[in-house]
Ligand binder design. Sequence first.
Ligand code: GLN
Length: 540
Amino acid sequence: MARATDQTRYIFVTGGVTSSLGKGIISASLAKLLQARCYSVTIQKLDPYINIDPGTLNPYEHGECYVTEDGAETDLDLGHYERFLNVTTSQANNVTTGRIYKAVIEKERRGDYLGETVQVIPHITDEIKHSIKLLGESGQYDFVITEIGGTVGDIESLPYIETIRQLKWEMGSRALVIHLTLVPYLAAAKELKTKPTQHSVKTMLEYGVQPDILVCRTERPLNEHIRSKIALFCNVEATSVIESIDTSSIYKVPILMREEKLDKVVLKKMRMKNFCPADLDSWEKFISRLEHPLKEVSIGLVGKYVELVDSYKSIIESLIHAGTVNDCRVNLKLIHSEQIDLNHSEATFKGLSGILVAPGFGDRGIEGKIAAIHHARTNNIPFLGICLGMQCAVVEFARDVLKMKDAHSTEMNPDTTHPVIDIMEEQKKVTMKGGTMRLGAYPCKIKPGSLASSIYGKKEISERHRHRFEFNNHYLNDFERHGMIATGMNPQANLVEIMELKHHPFFIGVQFHPEYRSTVANPHALFAHFVDAAIQYAER
Ligand code: GLN
């Protein structure tokens, strides 16, 4: 979408009181509303931790690592941005303190600051400013929404809040701050409490930043009295106190924010006039299909991080999108691969009409994943394997059909006599862990007449990647002779991207991550067909 105005405006979203208030969803919802009013918008996440990117973080810590087209390993909030806006993001959309300091230290070593003492203010704050303005300076956007990770008052957040203070001063009405807080309900007092919000705004004021708009997360509606009380204590207009009430689906938040007039308040405060009406028709249609499914289907998601749904965020959202395409509610059963009884796994999969084996690293729970695949393959249950899930499907087939008893990926067993999955040639010399996998979008050629070809309806596709290991082509003939065929190949590297079974209603493993590409406006065909296959299985 081309930009509608001649100046980029900057909106900052901060959070107070606690984490997990849904800053990412509020940012994405506001962006959606502005986009629906014909503005071009991008969202950026600034994360105050020292890791250069979340690629080296355990998913237990920060949820899934989301991979962009350009191969950046980023915060999972970028997934929400893309799913809501249907616009791709890039490395510039996620910056961490580690990246900021690295840039400053590299400049210092180069001599760029020769003679100066390098300090948090102005050098670190200038670098943060540079990262924020970079997106605006591309000339593509009317609005850059910058979400600051963490909670105000955290030591790590300080340089970011200071940068916002400077930018507000510099940009006047072209910059605006939305602060998210919690308004808890105390059952004993039967009351919503505003004090945490007051304190949180006080903390912002100590740093010199007056929030323009307060978005209050709450379990119960905010009445006029509460709104004016918050307004009075926090120096904002009552119309700038926005209720963000708990809801059954994140996809309803843009609608709720429109009802609360968040977008209109923003536009008014930024002195923007004559904006077009917010067209959310297709979004509303999506929600209506989501809320009124005509059928239901149960799908098992097998992984080792299932205690924390954030670890598989994009897969779970992709299945929701795919459900709406099929007017179907997908009941997801999260199955811990370590807890699968390898000898009696049937009970675990009872009632499931589809099995998805998740991406992952390392050998923990690997035999459970292989058992799940064996069950899907031998019982004609629709199967989708993603990255490690595809690699496990290859291992299962080698062991059970090709009778290579110790077949494995060399990631799990470097001494296997049948390394059906092996490290990629270019990865052999890699010693550093951060940002060194095969990352981002690569093309894949699809074999005509295959399941993949009927799903994609194209000869060539592009999907995003994040891996070090690959199918060992040395074994390809053997696999294909026995009915597991490579139906997707990277044309340059001859790397197997898709494996599928000939004699199975729906059995497909992909080396790439289709989940990073599914959006509300564009649900991913692979998930949509997988859910469809599961529905057909259930009907049989
Ligand atoms: N661990 C496997 C590899 O590196 C799979 C990675 C993944 O599932 N993202 O190739």
